[in-house]
Design a protein around this ligand. Sequence first.
Ligand code: DGT
Ligand code: CA
Length: 577
Amino acid sequence: MDNKQIANIFRKIAEILELQGAIIFRIRAYERAADTIERLGAELKVMAEQDTLTTLSGIGKDLSDKIKEIVETGSLKYYGDLKKEVPEGLLQMLKISGLGPKTVKLINDNLKINTIEGLEKAAREGELRKIEGIREKTEENILRGIDLFKKREERTLFYKASDISDKFIEQLKKMKEIDKIESAGSLRRKKWTVKDIDILVTSKQPEKVIDTFVKLSLVSEVLAKGSTKSSVIAKDSNLQVDLRVLEASKFGSALMHFTGSKAFNVKLRQLAIKKGYKVSEYGLFSVSPDKKEELIAGQTEDEIFSRMELVYIPPELREDRGEIEAAQSNKLPELINIQDIRGDLHVHSTYSDGKDTIEIIAQEAKRLGYRYIGISDHSQSLRVANGMSIENIFKKIEEIKKLNKSIKGIEILCGTEVDILPDGTIDYPDSVLKELDFCIAAVHSGFKQTKEKLTKRIVSACKNKYINIIAHPTGVLWGVREECEIDFDEVLKAALENDTALEINCHPMRGDLNSLNILKARRAGVKIAIGSDAHIISELKFMDLGVNLSRRGWLEKNDIINCMEVSKLEKWLQKKQ
Ligand code: DGT
Ligand code: CA
């Protein structure tokens, strides 16, 4: 377990204690310990081994022993026991965004509600606002939180699901009875979130494959087991994994069908009918006037596309957004790969809330094959993220100058992720912005403003001649906040007129812009920056997720500023001034 996971356990303990009405002193002790751990540079695991945990502020003998227990065993008995003391439903209620232990306790004390269903009913009926201390607004927020919670329970982030799917595939590949294996569905289309995992294999011994599948150590529950099909739940997740065993002759058509999307399948079927064919999961058939069907393709997707006179359509594009028409006239975009990314412009260092120094980030970026790396720390107003004072910016510029001389093979660019404040002003004056190699601007507060106000804030940032990129434009946060209402067409117009790029923020919690907005940006001619938003070097790999999104949004190299060579990028960044 890493520091973050340990801090999380302490936060959860504090929440449960608060639910139970424990004395504030005990609650605060756990919260303080979590704060300390989150800010810690060193690894708790190492400190536990060296027995130096009690040197940390707020960590005495008791908490030190608890950390050691977590490090050694991967869990904490006290936490397990504590969880058993409260109804499961109350713990579930704590998972709702914007609903803290104090309010949960208040609701439970007054209305004896201890399930999410009960909470939703009471909120819909306006019962909550009758409790002293709960306003109508709180009730509305709770309902919104419940919606987000349900969505989060129903779907899993791609990056988690793909990890689980890879593990299943790795295990299944060991079976000599399996020939081909692929994941299908939204996972293959690389959607940001997926409902379930669909795995297709070919084998001459389906029953043996199914028998092995349901017994994999990765399985927590078997939902269904047939002779060629089975559904299970993956361990440590809510995720359903479906396995289908197929004959080799139908693998291509089944893969195409179960990859979807549904809208794509429908469109493809219509096209097939126009051509005198029929397409289904069982193959591509020619249909004679007397309705006799003859199989003409099915083994591979290539073969089916080719018989339909379509060039191969990558799964990420199969959403019925014009890709079938484009494939008919060979006008599909040339999608990018991770190798096309020449640098990352959205990275946080120890100058704000990042965990690594600029030097370490630069070395890692170089190892990843990047030609440049942009360090974009938070600005002064964002205190929760240790936003940088103006004085520190000048220190950072000097440090980067020195590092650029000492580290060869990579260019370090000095940037910022400056706040667009609620009143629309930028958190640093132009006199500071102009000293930087590039500027990203972002909204981090005032999300509840009207659509007009929010749009105006972003548009005015686009117009600032030092601002090159707008980060996570819609502010969406998985399970926490929906996309803010902004007039996206207005934003596109301002971005285009002022040579400002919009960001695809790769952080798994964000995925902002979504693929539809990316496609709109591309069609409008607006440039895109793909930024990992890494706060530790291990997160630089989130870039993969942004590349997936860019593919779903039809982007080509020319659309993306961090596919440019460094000299071209530097010219582009200067273009506004
Ligand atoms: P998800 O699971 O919600 O993340 O998204 P998908 O696309 O993986 O949806 P899923 O798992 O329900 O179905 C997998 C594929 O099977 C889907 O992309 C297309 C195909 N499919 C499912 N239901 C239908 C249907 O009613 N008609 C057609 N044409 N295809 C379907
Ligand atoms: Ca699916």
